[in-house]
Design a binder for this molecule. Structure first.
Ligand code: UGA
Length: 455
């Protein structure tokens, strides 16, 4: 099938490249000509495992292309996918990008109608939007701009993505499920055909239900993290209790088993630490909460999930403060800046929050991330007073304490004895419970969140 993907951000580019890899003809559209040109040259503007190969293969096979010409792409497409950003602004979702894309698609559908009156293009929203958005905002914008009617002249669908950064290509091609919300049956049929090569179970439902699935899925994962963090916070105040011991037992609960009974998916979210960040969980919780209030529901649990999360960097700071005997004037190294390993994304990263708070407490803050692009971006985002070292050695030299803020796997294989020698005082807060089970030098004092007094 021919697909126009509007927006070459993280979701759009992964979707386009993966759909090309299963045999469809994809045109990626971006209003930013630099970005479109990059994709057309086979350069991937984001770091994502397996993506550069798929983009290159798609271009070489002639199944993937990139352009700024939205109208032409819409003219040529069987399916148009809206993959533009839906940031959070002032406590609710900002739909201006979605509306602008819908209007442009509508204008292109209008001229297309004159040239090809019998075709039935399908417009699909992939961006995360609150329930009602596709059926109301998107449909109206397209109908007004095109003078056409959804379900009669063009199809309308909502198809949420469940891509986790760092494993997005795998998550797409080996999806747990494909969810199709449909305004009209023809749209659902077309998308079912689009995804036929993928082995995942496919669920068809209403537009608003598909929109809700995305929030319910992210809300559940964030709830698991905050649940583990709430338990960690209680453990921190309870004598002789280590939260890691407690969670090791919880992880064996069969209720949490994956479908194959093997490594459970849910346990990956059930470990206390310094909290979640990224472009999805924080903003999706805010949007879900705002939507709930707007429809007269009380999102008490969702609000608690956010509020527990905001407390976690503080808990790590307290741990460090106690161990280092105060933070004022101390040199503190923050290890890892990306919001999670395997990505160059800094959005809502707990590491940046911790670095800023440390600075606010009068510490001299030196940060480091293994990815050069992350270091470069962090330099432009962090305030004066927080430096970004080029090497981990430089960050740790003379440090009074350090904190692991991102679970980069290489920290597990570091020569910690050599690093401890460089530190003025070898105190390490393992904010991600990453070093569990690793033999570490005795002189390195390792502290983890979730440990009560007396241990
Ligand atoms: C998340 C979901 O996992 C995807 O299923 C979803 O499709 C995606 O959002 C989206 O809406 O697009 P992502 O934000 O890439 O994906 O990352 P996660 O691996 O879920 O991690 C999110 C944050 O939670 C990270 O900051 C991570 O460090 C943190 N986290 C994770 C914890 O603090 N504790 C944990 O136990 C696990």
């Amino acid at each position: 099938m021919r697909v126009a993907v509007i927006g070459t951000g993280y979701v759009g580019l992964v979707t386009g490249a993966c759909l090309a890899s299963i045999g469809h003809r994809i045109v990626c559209v971006d209003s930013d000509s630099e970005r479109a040109a990059m994709v057309a040259r086979g350069e991937t503007p984001i770091i994502e495992d397996g993506l550069p190969e798929l983009v290159k293969d798609g271009l070489a096979a002639g199944r993937l292309s990139a352009t700024t010409d939205l109208a032409q792409a819409v003219w040529d497409a069987d399916v148009v996918m809206i993959c533009v950003g839906t940031p959070s602004v002032g406590g609710s979702i900002d739909l201006s990008g979605i509306e602008a894309a819908s209007r442009q698609i509508g204008a292109a559908l209008k001229t297309r109608r004159t040239a090809f009156p019998t075709t039935f293009p399908i417009v699909t929203v992939k961006s995360t939007v609150t329930p009602g958005t596709t059926g109301q905002v998107v449909r109206r914008a397209i109908e007004i701009a095109s003078n056409l009617r959804a379900g009669e002249d063009f199809g309308l669908a909502m198809n949420p993505e469940f891509l986790s950064q760092g494993s997005a290509v795998r998550d797409f091609l080996l999806a747990d499920r494909i969810v199709i919300g449909e305004w009209d049956r023809r749209s659902g049929d077309a998308l079912a055909q689009l995804y036929r090569p993928l082995p995942a179970p496919l669920l068809r439902m209403g537009l608003a239900e598909a929109e809700m699935v995305k929030y319910a899925a992210n809300g559940l994962q964030a709830t698991l993290i905050s649940y583990a963090n709430q338990i960690a916070a209680i453990c921190e105040a309870t004598p002789n209790v280590d939260h890691a011991q407690v969670m090791a037992a919880i992880h064996l609960d069969r209720m949490l088993d994956g479908p194959d009974g093997g490594r459970a998916g849910a346990t990956r979210f059930l470990m206390g630490g310094i909290g979640f960040g990224g472009s999805c969980f924080p903003k999706d919780l805010v949007a879900l909460s705002a939507h709930a209030r707007a429809v007269g529901a009380d999102p008490v649990l969702i609000d608690a999930v956010s509020s527990i999360n905001t407390q976690r960097p503080e808990a790590a700071l307290r741990l460090m403060e106690e161990a280092a005997g105060g933070l004022m004037g101390k040199r503190i190294a923050v290890l890892g800046l990306a919001f999670k390993p395997g990505t160059d994304d800094l959005r809502e990263s707990p590491a940046l929050k911790i670095a800023r708070r440390l600075l606010g407490c009068g510490a001299e803050v030196v940060t480091h991330d293994p990815l050069p692009i992350v270091r470069q971006r962090a330099r432009s985002q962090l305030p004066d007073g927080i430096s970004v070292a080029e090497t981990a050695e430089a960050a740790l030299t003379g440090a009074d304490a350090a904190i692991i803020a991102t679970a980069w796997p290489e920290y597990r294989t570091w020569d910690w004895a050599a690093f401890a020698d460089r530190m003025r005082s070898p105190i390490l807060v393992d904010g991600r419970n990453l070093l569990d089970g690793i033999e570490l030098p005795h002189r390195l004092r390792v502290l983890r969140p979730g440990i009560g007094p007396g241990i």
